[in-house]
Unconditional design. Structure first.
Length: 277
């Protein structure tokens, strides 16, 4: 498996500095958070995009994915969501990234645990919206050679919930991004998540936290998430994709700086991979 980290852990850091961290600590790729406050975002012109792509190529580091924020299950008109996805797909194409991340966002308040429990009718409607939009967007994605990945997050935080959407879509350019924290918070076992997502899996976001009540990011291996179990299962199943460390420093100012954790984090993941082989 290849290892990456997300720029969510180093908010606002210039691309050369991000690449220096990746090279220094032995990561193979970087997931780029596509937000206007970041150096890389959909507002970049063609020349700027070409410069970023060249910097990554010269450093020998892959652009793993573009982490966008469209909410494919959210109420409202389809076109604004599809337009946002098309914009991200164009950025991914220009940077040579194979994946674009989208969120479900089906219910007000994020996950059902954060607000009123949605009715079955609301769940069905959210699933249908997400499947319809992803089916349309997947056609655009196929044209540019990029896969759209629905992250296990908010209203669809488990693998089973994501699969309810992706199954009906049935398009190879629409897949899943497995966020290990969210499936765990959703009460889903690692083996069950893998069984649900394996037909769709693009890559996996790993992280660590203290508890379900305290999701402040911790160094990998310092918290409660079942990272060893996850890596062991993936290895046993012969899955050979990407593990991306998403350290949510952007949302937790008090969390330790990511750069000083990248070396030990890579060592832990490498050890888990070796022990699972």
């Amino acid at each position: 498996m290849k290892l990456a980290f997300s720029t969510l852990g180093v908010p606002g850091m210039p691309v050369p500095d991000v690449l220096r961290l990746a090279v220094t600590h032995g990561y193979h790729g970087v997931e780029l958070r596509a937000h206007p406050e970041e150096p890389v975002h959909p507002g970049l012109g063609l020349t700027e995009r070409a410069d970023v792509a060249a910097e990554f190529k010269d450093a020998g580091i892959d652009v793993l994915g573009i982490a966008g924020y469209p909410r494919v299950a959210a109420p409202g008109a389809d076109e604004p969501v599809l337009d946002e996805i098309r914009t991200l797909l164009g950025l991914a194409r220009d940077l040579g990234a194979p994946f674009v991340r989208v969120f479900p966002g089906g219910f007000p308040g994020g996950s059902s645990a954060d607000g009123p429990e949605p009715s079955q009718e609301q769940r069905d409607e959210a699933d249908a919206r997400a499947a319809r939009r992803l089916g349309t967007a997947a056609e655009y994605a196929a044209d540019v050679g990029v896969r759209i990945l629905l992250e296990t997050h908010d209203s669809h935080r488990t693998g089973a919930a994501a699969a309810r959407v992706l199954g009906p879509v049935g398009h190879r350019h629409a897949g899943a991004l497995w966020d290990v924290m969210h499936t765990w918070l959703g009460g889903e076992q690692i083996a069950d998540t893998y069984a649900a997502l394996s037909p769709f899996l693009g890559y996996i976001q790993v992280k660590d936290i203290a508890s379900a009540d305290d999701t402040t990011p911790l160094p990998l291996g310092a918290g409660v998430l079942p990272l060893a179990e996850c890596v062991e299962l993936l290895t046993r199943k012969g899955w050979d994709g990407w593990l991306c460390w998403e350290y949510e420093k952007r949302w937790y100012e008090g969390a330790a700086p990511l750069p000083e954790l990248l070396g030990p984090g890579r060592e832990l993941l490498a050890r888990l991979l070796t022990e699972s082989a």
